[in-house]
Unconditional design. Structure first.
Length: 257
C-alpha cells in the first residue's frame, strides 16, 4: 500500500469506496505515506473504510514540522491540502492532537469541513494533562524517558502494563521533531471563545476518565458548538474511549445524517 504526497510534506493514503472521510491522527512520529505506510495507519484506515462505507483519506503530518508552528498554522496547512484535493467541503474526523487541528480547521476554514467528528479532544487540554505532556517531552530531550508516567497519562488498570511495554519498546529512538512541536503548540492553544464560529454539524466523543481532556472540558466544548452532539463514555480514558462498542454506531449514524 502506498500513499501520495500533498502540499509542503503532508501525505495521505486513501482506502475504501464511498464519500470521502478525512482522518487526522493524534501524536505519532509522522511519516511520508508516499514512501511507506505504517502498519497501524493502514489497518486503521481499512477498518474505518469498511465500518463506515467511506473512502478514508488518512492524512499524516511529516516527520519535521517547523519549530514554533501553531495550531492555526497546522489548520492553514491542512486547509490548503483539502482545497487542492477535493472540490468542496468534506467530513473530517480528528483524534487527540489531530482533533485539535480539526477543530481549528473548522473554525478558521469552514468552507472545507462539512461534518466534524472530534475524538478525545476539547477546546483546550486540561491544565494538568498538557503540563504532564510537556514534562515528558522535556525529560526525553534530556534523555530521561519515563514510559510508566506516559502510560499512566493515557490509561490505567491492566492495560497500562501493556501500554508501558509498548512505550518502552517504541521510545528507544529520538522522538520526532514534529511530535514535539505539536505538544508545544497545544500548551497555549485555547479556542473556547471561538466555539460559536463552528458551522459544521459536530459529534464530540469523550471519555469520563480522560486525564488529558477532562470530561468537564469536553461537555463545555459540546455545549459551546452550535449543532453539536456529545457521546460521553463515562469509563473511557484517553486510550480506551474510541474502542467502546457505542462509538462506531454513533459515528456511523452521524455520518449518515
Amino acid at each position: 500500500m502506498y500513499g501520495e504526497r500533498l502540499n509542503d510534506g503532508l501525505s495521505v493514503v486513501a482506502v475504501g469506496q464511498g464519500e470521502p472521510l478525512v482522518t487526522l491522527p493524534g501524536l505519532g512520529t509522522g511519516a511520508d505515506l508516499s514512501l511507506k505506510v505504517p502498519p497501524l495507519t493502514a489497518f486503521s484506515a481499512k477498518v474505518l473504510a469498511a465500518g463506515y462505507k467511506r473512502r478514508v483519506h488518512a492524512i499524516n503530518r511529516p516527520m519535521a514540522v517547523p519549530p514554533n508552528t501553531t495550531l492555526p498554522d497546522l489548520a492553514d496547512w491542512h486547509a490548503k491540502a483539502l482545497r487542492e484535493r477535493f472540490n468542496g467541503p468534506v467530513d473530517v474526523m480528528g483524534t487527540s492532537g489531530g482533533g485539535a487541528t480539526a477543530l481549528q480547521l473548522a473554525i478558521d476554514h469552514p468552507d472545507v469541513v462539512r461534518r466534524l467528528i472530534l475524538c478525545t479532544i476539547a477546546s483546550r487540554p486540561g491544565d494538568h494533562g498538557r503540563q504532564q505532556l510537556l514534562n515528558l517531552i522535556r525529560a526525553e530531550q534530556r534523555h530521561r524517558r519515563d514510559p510508566w508516567a506516559a502510560s499512566g497519562l493515557v490509561t490505567g488498570g491492566p492495560l497500562r502494563l501493556l501500554t508501558f511495554a509498548a512505550y518502552t519498546l517504541g521510545t528507544r529512538g529520538k522522538r520526532a521533531q514534529g511530535e514535539t512541536t505539536l505538544v508545544e503548540a497545544v500548551q497555549h492553544w485555547d479556542v473556547t471563545d471561538r466555539l460559536g464560529e463552528v458551522t459544521a454539524p459536530t459529534l464530540l466523543v469523550a471519555g469520563g476518565r480522560d486525564k488529558i481532556i477532562p470530561s468537564g472540558l469536553a461537555r463545555a466544548t459540546a455545549a459551546g458548538i452550535p449543532n453539536a452532539r456529545l457521546l460521553m463514555i463515562e469509563r473511557g480514558d484517553h486510550l480506551t474511549t474510541m474502542f467502546d462498542r457505542r462509538v462506531s454506531p454513533a459515528i456511523r449514524e452521524f455520518l449518515n445524517g
